[in-house]
Design a binder for this molecule. Structure first.
Ligand SMILES: Nc1ncnc2c1ncn2[C@@H]1O[C@H](COP(=O)(O)OP(=O)(O)OP(=O)(O)O)[C@@H](O)[C@H]1O
Length: 382
C-alpha cells in the first residue's frame, strides 16, 4: 500500500545483521505527547506486523485515542517517532499516511446516500467514477450492504450504520485501519456479530489494524497483540492468552478478566520438582511458576475457573482449601460463587463452575487448585 507519496524508508527499519528484513507495518518508538502540562503518552513503544490486529486496551483516559490520533497524523508527538511500513511519519499529514479511521460515532454524512458515504474517501482522492462504483460495490457486498446502497444513513439500523463506516474506511484500501471503539454504540448481541465480521474481513484482506477498546473481552476475542495501557504508559503487551495466563501485575490481572489476587509469603523452593511453597490466605500451597518470585512477600493470582470442586470424602487433589459459600449466582452456562475463608480474617474469592452446580449459600465446600494455576505477579506485597 505504501507508494511514492511517502518519504524514504529509514535504514534501521529494514536492515538486521546486514540482511534486509520486511519492515513492520507499524512501529511506535518512544512516543510521548502532552496537552499543555499534562502528559497523555509517556514513551510508548510497540510494533505491529503486516496483517496483525493490535488492540490498545485500558481504562478511560489512559491515552488510547490520543495514540490512535497520533498514528493517523491528527496529533503531533512531542518526541519519539511513528513509522508506517518503515517510513518515518514525522511531519506527514493524515491524508498521506496510508491509514483510515473508523469511529464509534460513525461520522456518516446524513444527507449522502450509503453509496456516496462509502465512496466519500475515494472522491477526495480524485479516483475515477467507474473505479469508485466498482470499489463501493465490492465493499458493500463484503459488509452485506448491497440492498441499502440507495438509502440515507438515518434509514439504517445502528449495526448497518456501523457497517457503512467500516465500508467507507475499507474502500480506500488503507495499509492500516484505525478503529476507535467502533462497537460501543451497539447492543451486546450486535456487538459480538460485528466484532466477528470485522475480524473476518481483517483476516481475509490482511490489512493491519489498530483497535481501541476498553472492553477486555473484545480485546481477548479479536487481537493478535494486546497492548494494555494505564495513564499514558504500556503496562504489558503480548498475545491475548499470554496476558490472560501470565499478567505482569495486579492492574493487568484485574483489568483482563476476573482475578483472585492474594498476598503470599514464599517459604521455599524444591529444585527437583520445580515447585515453590507459599503461605497464603488459603493455607500452604505449592506453585509451579516459570517466573521466579521477585520478593519473599508478593502478590499471586488465580482465575475463577481454575478452582476444582472436590467431592466430599475425596482425599485427592493438590492445594486443597475449605471455604464457605457466601453467594451463588446462576448465569446459565456458569455458576458464579463468592467463597470466603473461615477464621479470624476472612478473605473472599470468586470461583466459577461450568453449568448448574447444586451448591447452597452458607455451605462449606472444598476446592483444589493446580500448582500451575497460581501465578506470581511481579509485585512485592510489602
Ligand atoms: N485535546 C485535549 N486537550 C487536553 N487534554 C486532552 C485532550 N485530548 C485528550 N486529553 C486528555 O488526555 C488523556 C487521554 O485521553 P484519551 O482520549 O487518549 O483517552 P482514552 O484512553 O482514549 O479514553 P476513553 O476510553 O475515555 O476514550 C485524558 O486525560 C484526556 O482528558
Amino acid at each position: 500500500m505504501i507508494n511514492d507519496r511517502h518519504p524514504k524508508r529509514s535504514d534501521h527499519a529494514i536492515i538486521d545483521g546486514g540482511r534486509p528484513v520486511p519492515p513492520h507495518a507499524l512501529t511506535i518508538d518512544e512516543a510521548s505527547l502532552s496537552f499543555g502540562r499534562f502528559q497523555a503518552l509517556k514513551s510508548v513503544s510497540f510494533a505491529a506486523e503486516q496483517g496483525q490486529l493490535v488492540t490498545l486496551l485500558g481504562p478511560s483516559g489512559c491515552g488510547k485515542t490520543t495514540l490512535l490520533k497520533a498514528i493517523a497524523g491528527f496529533l503531533a508527538l512531542d518526541s519519539g517517532r511513528i513509522e508506517i511500513g518503515g517510513h518515518d511519519m514525522t511531519g506527514i499529514p493524515p491524508e498521506r499516511r496510508d491509514t483510515a479511521m473508523c469511529f464509534q460515532s460513525y461520522a456518516l454524512f446524513p444527507h449522502l446516500s450509503v453509496s456516496d458515504n462509502i465512496g466519500f474517501g475515494l472522491r477526495q482522492q480524485r479516483i475515477g467514477e467507474a473505479e469508485i462504483r466498482s470499489r463501493v460495490g465490492t465493499v458493500a457486498e463484503q459488509v452485506s450492504l448491497v440492498a441499502q446502497l440507495a438509502k440515507l444513513p438515518g434509514q439504517l439500523s445502528g449495526g448497518q450504520q456501523q457497517r457503512v463506516a467500516l465500508a467507507r474506511a475499507m474502500a480506500v484500501r488503507p495499509g492500516i485501519m484505525l478503529f476507535d471503539e467502533p462497537l460501543s454504540n451497539l447492543d451486546a448481541k450486535l456487538r459480538d456479530q460485528v466484532r466477528m465480521e470485522i475480524r473476518a474481513l481483517q483476516r481475509q484482506h490482511g490489512f493491519t489494524a489498530v483497535y481501541v477498546t476498553h472492553d477486555q473481552s473484545e480485546a481477548l476475542a479479536m487481537s493478535d497483540l494486546v497492548v494494555v495501557m494505564r495513564a499514558g504508559e504500556i503496562e504489558q503487551m503480548g498475545r491475548p492468552e499470554d496476558i490472560y495466563r501470565q499478567p505482569k501485575n495486579r492492574f493487568v490481572a484485574d483489568f483482563i478478566g476476573t482475578a483472585n489476587i492474594m498476598p503470599v509469603r514464599v517459604i521455599g523452593h524444591d529444585a527437583a520438582s520445580g515447585l515453590h511453597h507459599i503461605e497464603s490466605p488459603l493455607g500452604r500451597l505449592t506453585v509451579r511458576s516459570e517466573i521466579a518470585p521477585v520478593a519473599k512477600t508478593i502478590f499471586a493470582c488465580w482465575r475463577p475457573e481454575d478452582a476444582v470442586l472436590v467431592a466430599a470424602g475425596d482425599e485427592t487433589g493438590p492445594n486443597r482449601a475449605t471455604l464457605r459459600v457466601l453467594s451463588r449466582t446462576f448465569l446459565g452456562s456458569l455458576c458464579d460463587l463468592i467463597v470466603v475463608t473461615e477464621g479470624e480474617n476472612p478473605v473472599s474469592f470468586r470461583i466459577q463452575m461450568h453449568g448448574f452446580t447444586p451448591i447452597a449459600e452458607g455451605e462449606r465446600i472444598t476446592l483444589s487448585l493446580k500448582p500451575e494455576a497460581i501465578r506470581f505477579l511481579g509485585e512485592a506485597a510489602e
